[in-house]
Design a protein around this ligand. Sequence first.
Ligand SMILES: NC(=O)c1ccc[n+]([C@@H]2O[C@H](COP(=O)([O-])OP(=O)(O)OC[C@H]3O[C@@H](n4cnc5c(N)ncnc54)[C@H](OP(=O)(O)O)[C@@H]3O)[C@@H](O)[C@H]2O)c1
Length: 267
Amino acid sequence: MRGKVALVTGASSGIGLAFARLWVGRGGRVALVARTASTLDEAARELGPAARAFPLDVQDLDALEALPARVAESFGTLDVIVNNAGMNRRGEIDKLEPRALAAIITTNLTAPIVLTRAALPHLADGGAVVQVASIAGMVPVPGEATYSASKAGLRAFSRAVQYDLEARRIHVGCVCPGPVDTGFLGDIEDVPDVVLSQPIVTAEEVAEAVLRCIDERIDEIALPRRSGRLATMAYLMPDFAKRIRPVLEKRGARNKQILIARRRSMS
Ligand SMILES: NC(=O)c1ccc[n+]([C@@H]2O[C@H](COP(=O)([O-])OP(=O)(O)OC[C@H]3O[C@@H](n4cnc5c(N)ncnc54)[C@H](OP(=O)(O)O)[C@@H]3O)[C@@H](O)[C@H]2O)c1
């Protein structure tokens, strides 16, 4: 891994920053991407000379297409892409603006596809692309229909495109977390109960899973693992999913109250 360069989107906080720390800690170098230049510069300062900031909105597809060439030129190589930047808007579909829904697809699905394609002429043979999808892409979550669709699409893209890249031994992997303890979760009150029926994992645990996808060339890791198994069963058996949903929602509602009380007592 020494000296290898990873381009990480959404690298100024949460999972992306946790992965950048892990990668640099193991002797790698990292190109950090996010919209807010100030927080990105702060992350680059923390990580030291192995990190360089490339402020950019992944919804700007022209800038995104040009990015791998800039990173490869800056570092002299490009070995790994981590498509991690993402967004969500919660609520029933008629409560959300059409353009806000389109932005979810652009950020979570179109941008990773464009970046993967644009990276190919620059990516080293034997390199890797890892997508940060979601358990919501394994079993769709009501109230997050477009988000679920974007992450399901990202999983489908990963699985199919790995065959296109086989000849160059570029591995494509996918990590599907349940709820992660980052700012992305937003107001706990708004998180669908069913989502909180599963344990919350840390950004560091997800970052470790991304690293395992790269090191061990694993196609997909869901975490918590038990949630991944349950999501697969629920997807394969929609009737079973409908039957267990009320039980999961009840458990999630209980967990939500515990979380809210814990956050209040800490503030
Ligand atoms: N947290 C969860 O519960 C959870 C669960 C499952 C999956 N995920 C997935 O994990 C990924 C990372 O989430 P996280 O929890 O680490 O979130 P986070 O802590 O909120 O970090 C999001 C990062 O993405 C950047 N970003 C957002 N929109 C961007 C854009 N349009 N262009 C470039 N950068 C952008 C943010 O910086 P700027 O705002 O400065 O751009 C920030 O660096 C997402 O794809 C999310 O869908 C999260």
